[in-house]
Design a protein around this ligand. Structure first.
Ligand code: KDG
Ligand code: MG
Length: 402
């Protein structure tokens, strides 16, 4: 089998998605998600100007060799742009291989390790009352795990909370909008929020929370400690993770489980965190961490250190990524949980998929390949529109982590 063509499809059905389609001489093709929120065009150029010309004529069945060719063979290793491009190629090649084998992808990955995949959804509100209402709605929809984010009293707008009663979508402007942040107000409010959620909804529902990289290690230690009575499933991204060693300080102070990794693109970004058992869940996912091939390596490594998976699954990851992630989740031994932030109907109209939701759990479906595809004629109706993620400033104007 040979790769004879590949193309990049960009569309914006309410938000931007980049999709790679790889076509073979035997009539089989595969698709992979290549979306990097707010920097989509950089990946498009990387794929079109460099990667696609290198793919033509290669045997698509040699997934590992092509992965190494695009990683080691490029000299400039790692980085979100290159690794997202590699992920798209890798996902499309696994799709082709599974189609050639006439199997759903999870069978090629070793078969299923479980019957269903627990997902968590998002509940967010501008204030305590509306946040509690959203948690109640999620529980009524059958979710067993809910991520809770809330507006902070005295702070205008924050991560994870819709500003306009529409579904939360952070890349909301042509150029970055500016949010304001107060660590002090947040730290005073977050334990009260979770106390109320537990009081109202009891102990059985899994609760998650995303700090979104905003604290220092000692502040994160305080938060983790104060949240302990509400036994969170995890506290996510408490601090930016470039300094992996800094997690030791958080770990020494709290038993609240920690999840990190949605912005990582290499196994080396999480090596110290995993081998020193500084985290409990690794959030790397298919599209930003080099595809299924590298995700399998990360999960196997993590399993040696009691770390489970918890793949990122926000709406900026297309249904193609979600499909591939669910096959991975189904097969991997040390699965923890999968994020599910529902796409809008308009977004879903561009993609076909076989995965389904039943009562808090997903299954990837039995379609051959990963089971997701793009409808190019519908995609054409929604041209690319630049949209950036916000930036964040402290109340005195200092630039902070968003
Ligand atoms: O593009 C950025 C989003 O994917 C990110 O802000 C979502 O943190 C996120 C999450 O946990 O879903
Ligand atoms: Mg996050």
């Amino acid at each position: 089998m040979k790769i004879i063509d590949a193309k990049v499809i960009v569309c914006s059905p309410g938000r931007n998605f980049v999709t790679l389609k790889i076509i073979t001489d035997e009539g089989l093709y595969g698709v992979g998600d290549a979306t990097l929120n707010g920097r989509e065009k950089a990946v498009v150029s990387y794929l079109e100007d460099y990667v696609i010309p290198m793919l033509i004529g290669r045997d698509p069945q040699r997934i590992e060799d092509i992965w190494q060719y695009l990683y080691r063979g490029v000299y400039w290793r790692r980085g979100p742009i290159g690794m997202t491009a590699i992920a798209a190629v890798d996902t499309a090649l696994w799709d082709i291989k599974a189609k050639a084998a006439n199997m759903p992808l999870y069978q090629l990955l070793g078969g299923r390790s479980r019957d269903k995949i627990m997902v968590y959804t998002h509940a967010n509100g501008l204030d305590l009352g509306s946040t509690l209402e959203q948690v109640g709605k999620a529980i009524d929809q059958g979710y067993k795990a809910v991520r809770v984010q809330s507006g902070i009293p005295g702070v205008a707008g924050t991560y994870g909370v819709s500003k306009n009663n529409k579904k939360y979508e952070p890349a909301d402007s042509d150029l970055p909008t500016e949010d304001t942040w107060s660590t002090e107000k947040y730290l005073n409010y977050a334990p009260k929020l979770f106390a109320e959620v537990r009081k109202q909804f009891g102990d059985d529902i899994h609760l998650l929370h995303d700090v979104h990289h905003r604290l220092t290690p000692i502040e994160a230690a305080r938060l983790g400690k104060e949240l302990e009575p509400y036994h969170l499933f995890w506290m996510e991204d408490p601090v930016p993770a470039e300094n992996q060693e800094s997690f030791k300080l958080i770990r020494h102070h709290t038993t609240t489980p920690i999840a990190v990794g949605e912005v990582f693109n290499s196994i080396h970004d999480c090596r110290e965190l995993i081998q020193n058992q500084l985290i409990d869940y690794i959030r790397t996912t298919v599209v930003h961490a080099g595809g299924i091939s590298q995700l399998k390596r990360i999960a196997d490594f993590a399993s040696l250190f009691h770390v489970k998976t918890g793949c990122h699954g926000a709406t900026d990851l297309s249904p193609i990524c979600m499909a591939a992630a669910l096959h991975f989740d189904y097969s991997v031994a040390n699965f923890g949980i999968q994020e599910h932030m529902a796409h809008s109907e308009k977004m879903e109209s561009v993609f076909t998929r076989d995965y389904r939701y039943v009562d808090g759990y997903f299954t990837p479906g039995e379609a051959i390949g990963h089971g997701a595809d793009i409808d190019e004629s519908i995609a054409k109706k929604y041209p690319y529109k630049r949209a950036c993620l916000p930036v964040n400033r402290l109340e005195d104007g200092t630039l902070w982590n968003w």
